[in-house]
Design a protein around this ligand. Structure first.
Ligand code: NAP
Length: 251
C-alpha cells in the first residue's frame, strides 16, 4: 500500500524506520525543508511544500497514495489543516500521530500565553536574560521586546529577518540532557525560558532544568490542529495502516 508520511518529528523518523523494511507498505516521507541539513531518514524522502491543499491533492493523486499519516510537529497546524482537507477531497484515510503535551509538575512555574507575540510582551519592561527555545521562524517577533538579552537555540541560523538587537545564537540539535541544560542556563545566567509545549522526551530537559533552577517558563500554547484518526505511537500507526490495507485489499 502506498503511504505518505508528513514528517519533521522524532515520531515520524521512528515510523519511517519501522516501515522501511516492511513489504506491506511503500512509504514516502515528506519534510517541510525547515532545516538545511535534515537528519538522514530510513525512507525515500521528498522535501518542501506541496502548494496548499490543491497541490497536496494533486500530489496524492499523481503518486497514487492510498493512506496518509500526519506526523508533523504539534505547532505545524497549517500542514495538518491541509492534510485533513486534501484527504477529504481525495477520499483518502488519514491518521494523525499525536504527542501528549507536557504538564506542569510540582516546582514548575509556567506562565501560559496563547501565542509568540504574547510571550514577547509578558517578558515585561525590565531587561532580562531570556533562553528562547522556539526555533527559527518566530525569532523576529522578539524584536518587539529589544530590552532583553536573548540566547536563542536553533538548528539553522536565521537569515535576512529583523532580529532582536541583543541576540546570541546557539546552533544545536536535540536531544538535550538535564545536566547540560542546567549548566547552560546557570552559565548564561538565564532569568526566564520561553518554550513551546512540544511534549515528548528529547527536548524536555530544559523544562526540568528550569524547575531545578527555580526559573519561570513562558509556555506558548499549542495551536488548534485539525486531525484525522488519532494514533499515539508509531506502533499504533502501523496497526492502523495494516487495518486500512486489509480493508482496501479485502483480506
Ligand atoms: P505549518 O505552518 O503547519 O506549515 C506551513 C507550510 O509548510 C505548509 O502549508 C506546507 O506548505 C509546508 N509544510 C509543513 N510541513 C510539511 C511537510 N511535512 N511536508 C511538506 N510540506 C510541509 O508548519 P511549519 O511552518 O513547518 O512549522 C510551524 C511551526 O511548527 C514552527 O514554528 C515550529 O515551531 C514547529 N516545527 C515544525 C517542524 C517541521 O518539520 N515543519 C519541526 C519542528 C517544529 P504547502 O502549503 O506549500 O504544502
Amino acid at each position: 500500500m502506498r503511504v505518505l508520511i508528513l514528517g519533521g518529528t522524532t515520531e515520524a523518523a521512528s515510523l519511517a524506520r519501522q516501515l522501511a523494511g516492511d513489504t506491506r507498505f511503500e512509504a514516502t516521507l515528506s519534510l517541510a525543508g525547515r532545516t538545511s541539513a535534515p537528519a538522514a531518514q530510513a525512507l525515500p524522502t521528498r522535501i518542501g511544500g506541496f502548494g496548499g491543499v490543491d497541490g497536496l491533492v494533486r500530489y496524492l493523486e499523481a503518486e497514487k497514495i492510498e493512506a496518509v499519516v500526519d506526523a508533523t510537529h504539534p505547532y505545524a497546524a497549517q500542514m495538518s489543516a491541509h492534510a485533513v482537507a486534501a484527504c477529504r477531497q481525495a477520499g483518502l484515510p488519514l491518521a494523525s500521530l499525536t504527542r501528549a503535551p507536557w504538564t506542569e509538575q510540582a516546582g514548575d512555574c509556567w506562565q501560559h500565553v496563547s501565542n509568540t507575540e504574547s510571550a514577547a510582551m509578558i517578558l515585561g519592561d525590565t531587561p532580562r536574560r531570556v533562553f528562547l527555545t522556539i526555533g527559527r521562524q518566530e525569532l523576529p517577533v522578539f524584536a518587539a521586546a529589544p530590552q532583553h538579552r536573548y540566547l536563542a537555540r536553533l538548528i539553522d541560523a536565521p537569515k535576512g529577518e529583523r532580529l532582536p538587537p541583543q541576540l546570541v545564537l546557539l546552533q544545536a540539535r536535540g536531544p538535550f540532557d538535564l545536566a547540560a541544560e542546567t549548566a547552560l542556563m546557570r552559565d548564561e545566567r538565564i532569568d526566564v525560558v520561553v518554550s513551546k509545549n512540544a511534549g515528548g522526551g528529547p527536548t524536555y530537559a530544559k523544562i526540568a532544568a528550569a524547575r531545578a533552577l527555580g526559573l519561570p517558563v513562558v509556555m506558548i500554547a499549542r495551536p488548534d490542529k485539525p486531525a484525522g484518526h488519532i494514533v499515539n505511537s508509531p506502533n499504533e500507526t502501523v496497526q492502523w495502516l495494516d487495518h486500512v490495507r486489509r480493508s482496501l485489499r479485502g483480506v
